[in-house]
Design a protein around this ligand. Structure first.
Ligand code: ADP
Ligand code: ASP
Ligand code: MG
Length: 412
C-alpha cells in the first residue's frame, strides 16, 4: 500500500462532469488499497475571471485582498470533489491551506511555503479518508491568506508530498506528460518517458508551464518522486528522474521551451564608465522587478547600449524607472519592445557536444528569423526574437534537431 499525492489541474476539474471523472479515478485508486491526498486547482479560467473582476474595481488592488479573492477558486473545487466522492460512498474531507496549515511567508501573490503541519492530514488518512486540499494557497504567520503564484497548485502538491514522505507526487493535467515542446504548438512533439530534474528545471524556468518552476525546485530539494500524467487517459506519463540515466546515451537536446510574456528595454548612449550597469539596473531590481536577459554592447565613442528583458506586466514600471536614471546619467534614449518572444533549447547532452548553437542559428537564418539577443548556459541556449516568428521558430528548431517525427516515435 502506497501513499500518493495527486494533483488535478484546472482543465481536469473544469466542469462538474470532469470532477465526477476525477472522483471515479480516485475511487479506483482507493480500491487498490492506496492512501490518497488530492490537491486541486480552481476550475479552468476561474482564477483569470477573479482577477478580471478585481481589475474592474481597482487597477492595482492590494496583494492581500487579491489573495483573499483568488484563493476562493480552489475552495469551490475541493468541496465539489468531496461531494462527488461521498456520492460514491468514499470517505473524504476537504481542507483549505489555512486549515491544513500550509505556512508561507507574507509575500502575497508569490508566497513561499515554509512549513506544513501534517498532523491533521495524517489523522484523516488514518481513519481511512481521502484528504482533499486546496492548491495554490497558504497562510502566513499572522493568519492572512496567501497564494503561491500562477500555477502554484503544482507546488502545493509537491510540498505536501515532501511533508508526508509520499511514495510519488502525481501531477494530472490535460496532456499526457512532458513533451519535447508544447504539444499545442508542435503537432509531432514527442512524449518523454523520463526527464532529469536539471532539464525539467530549465524547461520550467524557460517557459514550459506544464510544471510551476517552484514545484520542480521543491521536488529536487526534498527528493520527491514526481510524475506528470493525463487525467483523461491511462498512461504512465513522464517521470522526472533524480538520476541522470547513464545507461542510455543522453539525447543532446531534450526539449524546447518558449515564453511570450517578456518585453525588452533598451537604453542607448549610456556613458561607458564603471558602475553604469548597476546604476541602470539597480533601481529596477530594487523595485522588485525581475530582470531576465541582459546585454551590454561593446563601447564605441565612450558610450554604449544596455538591453534587458523583464516580464511584460512589469515593463511600464521598468521603463519609468530607467527613464529617470537615463535622464540623470545623460543617456540618449530609452525604448521598449513588447513584441518579443524567447525560445530556448535545453539538454544536458549539450555539455559534451559542440555545434548546437550554430545549427540553431542556421535554422533560424534559413527561416529569415532575426535573432535580437542570445544567452547561453551549460545546458541551454536562448534567443530573443520577434514574437510573430515564435511558432515558426519552435517548429523549425524542433524538426532541425530531430525531436519529433518517425524515429522519435519509434523510440517511445
Ligand atoms: P494545469 O491546469 O493542469 O496545471 P497547465 O495549463 O498549467 O495545466 O499546464 C499544461 C499545459 O502546459 C499543456 O496543456 C501544454 O500546452 C503546456 N506545455 C508547455 N510546454 C509543455 C511541454 N514541454 N510538455 C507538455 N506540456 C507543455
Ligand atoms: N488556479 C491557480 C492558477 O490558475 C493555480 C493553479 O492552477 O495551479 O494559477
Ligand atoms: Mg498548471
Amino acid at each position: 500500500m502506497a501513499l500518493f499525492v495527486q494533483k488535478f489541474g484546472g482543465t481536469s476539474v473544469g466542469t462538474v462532469e470532469r470532477i465526477e471523472a476525477v472522483a471515479d479515478r480516485i475511487v479506483a485508486t482507493r480500491a487498490q488499497g492506496h492512501d490518497l491526498v488530492v490537491v486541486l486547482s480552481a476550475m479552468s479560467g476561474e482564477t483569470n475571471r477573479l482577477i478580471a473582476l478585481a481589475e474592474q474595481i481597482q487597477a492595482q488592488p492590494t496583494p492581500r485582498e487579491l489573495d483573499v479573492l483568488v484563493s476562493t477558486g480552489e475552495q469551490v473545487t475541493i468541496a465539489l470533489l468531496c461531494m462527488a466522492l461521498h456520492k460514491r460512498g468514499c470517505e473524504a474531507r476537504s481542507f483549505t491551506g489555512t486549515q491544513v496549515r500550509i505556512l508561507t511567508d507574507a509575500a502575497h501573490t508569490r508566497a513561499r511555503i515554509r512549513e506544513i503541519d501534517n498532523q491533521r492530514i495524517r489523522a484523516e488518512l488514518d481513519r481511512g479518508a481521502v484528504v482533499v486540499v486546496a492548491g495554490f494557497q497558504g497562510v502566513d504567520e499572522h493568519g492572512n491568506i496567501t497564494t503561491l503564484g500562477r500555477g502554484g497548485s503544482d507546488t502545493s502538491a509537491v510540498a505536501l508530498a515532501a511533508a508526508l514522505k509520499a511514495d510519488e507526487c502525481q501531477i494530472y493535467t490535460d496532456v499526457k506528460g512532458v513533451y519535447t515542446t508544447d504539444p499545442r504548438v508542435v503537432d509531432d512533439a514527442r512524449l518523454l518517458r523520463t526527464i532529469t530534474f536539471e532539464e525539467m528545471l530549465e524547461l520550467a524556468s524557460l517557459g514550459a508551464k506544464v510544471l510551476q518552476i517552484r514545484s520542480v525546485e521543491f521536488a529536487g530539494k526534498y527528493k520527491v518522486p514526481l510524475r506528470v500524467l493525463s487525467s483523461f487517459e491511462d498512461d504512465p506519463g513522464t517521470l522526472i528522474s533524480l538520476e541522470e540515466n547513464r545507461e542510455m546515451e543522453a539525447p543532446i537536446i531534450s526539449g524546447i521551451a518558449f515564453t511570450r510574456d517578456e518585453a525588452k528595454v533598451t537604453v542607448t548612449g549610456v556613458p561607458d564608465v564603471p558602475g553604469i550597469a548597476y546604476k541602470v539596473l539597480g533601481p529596477v531590481s530594487d523595485a522588485g522587478i525581475e530582470v531576465d536577459v541582459i546585454v551590454q554592447n561593446v563601447a564605441a565613442d565612450g558610450s554604449t547600449d544596455i538591453t534587458f528583458t523583464v516580464k511584460r506586466q512589469d515593463v511600464d514600471q521598468a521603463q519609468d524607472i530607467v527613464s529617470k536614471v537615463a535622464a540623470a546619467i545623460g543617456a540618449k534614449s530609452v525604448s521598449v519592445d513588447k513584441k518579443i518572444a524567447k525560445v530556448s533549447l535545453v539538454g544536458v547532452g549539450m555539455r559534451s557536444h559542440a555545434g548546437i548553437a550554430s545549427l540553431m542559428f542556421k535554422t533560424l537564418a534559413d527561416e529569415a528569423i532575426n535573432i535580437q539577443i542570445i544567452t547561453t548556459s551549460e545546458i541551454k541556449i536562448s534567443v530573443v526574437i520577434d514574437e510573430k516568428y515564435l511558432e515558426l521558430a519552435v517548429r523549425s528548431l524542433h524538426s532541425a534537431f530531430g525531436l519529433g517525427g518517425e524515429a522519435a516515435a519509434a523510440a517511445d
